[in-house]
Design a binder for this molecule. Structure first.
Ligand code: UDX
Length: 483
């Protein structure tokens, strides 16, 4: 690694304050730093506290002397739970009314220094700036944490409304196929649309309008960076390129980072404390025998759903490792009475933890399948590890992702909208035993494509090099103008 010079490009990264966004944008920050780009990573005060408490980021990034963290207020009181799934309208309001003006002031006053080459803004935050805001002074690249499949679906919503295919009516057949989403013919049903499309009147739903316009806006910046790869989503990326031709598909980013690092490291960027005892438990299980269960960082469920999953997992007769985040279950979690058969079944075949080193867990040979909420990071991590999935999407992009996992890539089963113990037990056995060969075959094929894409000669590897070269050119141009 070359030591960055004062004339090296300087990039500001600003992710949304959520685990799935910070994790992947820190991986991008690490990749940029390894390419001798100076990085300033802006995050909310709350995320910074959680991150530095539960991960080794400060130590890891101390290898890059020119890397710096900067913080900004999210406008919420310290005690606020900040659960995106429960408090989205309130959090959006705070980002718009507090974070937005603060961020704009920081840019106007050159808070990050006047030598910025470009800004890489999380697509979730695209409403913080406008392409013609003349105080920004540097090109804005938008980073999307969603896959191309969900991004393109959301970008197609205005057309679906125009064509009368949306809104979804109250008593509608949720299996109705949506025509005319280019590249997704005969694939998407109403139930595969993001959760926020389900209101009966999309023309008047403020969250839907907000999200769709933020997506459209993010295609209008100077470039779009996506955590996906051409062999997985090439045809859909071509559709997105009709709106934003300068698109860099550089994923799976966690795998690209592994290629670029010369030493073995985990690059953990957790907002929760990791319990590594699960790795020791996995070491003692037979190969391919464990179903790993995790619903990501923002899913919440009620006691009923918790009990259905729990019974289903125990009744499946398979070994399971289950992540129960401290805030996974809403309501009276502490007061549940746990039936004796669940206690016994869990003692014999299960292990529960609050947070795992997930990438490592998925690559463990004891893990034979993944019961997931279909967050995009989890989907890519499972793809790279070559593990079949059972999908129980919760919201946002996850309904689309799970449809692609099951019906486009044949990587597993989509449990969508069902949550009962019989379905859970049956799907676990289908993925782990009855249809194992079929799913493992496609998972292995796609894992090979993913790994190839991040190696020299692969599409993501080449696109990342192009991104770096384009950033260097921006920096050279700026230096030439200033001289
Ligand atoms: C949401 C969206 O659905 C996702 O598509 C978007 O890109 C980010 O926000 P989230 O619930 O955060 O998703 O899930 P996911 O994208 O899968 O990210 C979760 C991350 O947490 C993954 O990188 C996963 O490895 C990590 N994780 C999860 C752990 O490290 N340990 C755990 O125990 C659980």
């Amino acid at each position: 690694m070359e030591e960055p010079q004062i004339t090296s490009p300087h990039v500001l990264l600003f992710p949304a304050p959520a685990q799935g966004h910070i994790n992947v944008m820190l991986k991008l920050a690490e990749l940029l730093s390894l390419s001798s780009v100076r990085v300033t990573f802006l995050t909310t005060e709350h995320s910074y506290r959680q991150l530095t408490l539960h991960s080794d980021v400060l130590h890891r990034f101390s290898l890059f002397p020119s890397f710096q963290f900067r913080t900004i207020s999210d406008g919420l009181p310290v005690s606020h739970p900040r659960t995106f799934s429960c408090h989205l309208p309130e959090m959006l309001h705070s980002f718009v009314s507090v974070t937005k003006p603060l961020f704009r002031d920081m840019l106007v006053s050159h808070h990050f220094s006047s030598d910025l080459s470009c800004l890489i803004l999380d697509g979730f935050f695209s409403y913080l700036l406008d392409i013609d805001d003349d105080f920004v002074k540097v090109p804005i690249f938008c980073f999307r944490t969603f896959g191309a499949c969900s991004t393109w679906t959301i970008l197609s919503i205005p057309n679906l409304i125009k064509q009368g295919q949306l809104p979804i009516k109250g008593e509608e057949d949720m299996d109705r196929i949506l025509d005319n989403v280019p590249g997704m013919e005969n694939l998407l049903r109403c139930r595969d649309l993001p959760g926020f499309c389900r209101p009966t009147d999309p023309n008047n739903d403020p969250i839907l309008q907000f999200i769709v316009s933020a997506f459209i806006r993010s295609t209008k910046f100077n470039a779009l960076i996506m955590n996906t790869f051409e062999d997985l989503e090439g045809p859909i990326l071509s559709n997105i390129r009709t709106l934003c031709p300068n698109l860099y598909s550089i994923g799976p980013l966690h795998a690209l980072l592994k290629t670029k690092l010369s030493h073995e490291t985990e690059s953990l960027n957790n907002l929760w404390e990791v319990d590594r005892s699960c790795l020791t438990w996995l070491d003692n299980q037979p190969a391919g025998s464990v179903i790993y269960v995790s619903f990501g960082s923002i899913t919440v469920m009620g006691n009923r759903e918790l009990m259905e999953f729990w019974h289903g997992l125990v009744n499946s007769g398979r070994n399971f490792l289950w992540v129960i985040r401290p805030d996974l279950v809403k309501g009276k979690n502490g007061e549940i009475e746990i039936p004796a058969e669940l206690e016994e079944g869990t003692k014999q075949r299960g292990y529960m933890v609050g947070w795992t080193p997930q990438e490592k867990v998925l690559c463990h040979e004891a893990v034979g399948g993944f019961l997931t909420h279909s967050g995009w990071n989890s989907t890519l991590e499972s793809i790279v590890a070559g593990k079949p999935m059972i999908c129980w999407p919760f919201g946002f992009d996850q309904q689309v992702n799970s449809r692609f996992v099951s019906n486009m890539w044949n990587l597993g089963l989509d449990m969508k909208d069902l949550c009962d113990r019989e379905t859970v037990a049956k799907m676990v056995n289908d993925v782990m035993v009855n249809r194992k060969e079929e799913f493992v075959r496609s998972a292995t094929e796609i894992a090979n494509l993913a790994r190839r894409s991040v190696k020299p000669g692969g599409s993501s590897y080449a696109n990342f090099d192009r991104l770096i070269e384009d950033i260097r050119n921006l920096s050279r141009k700026k230096t030439a103008v200033n001289n």
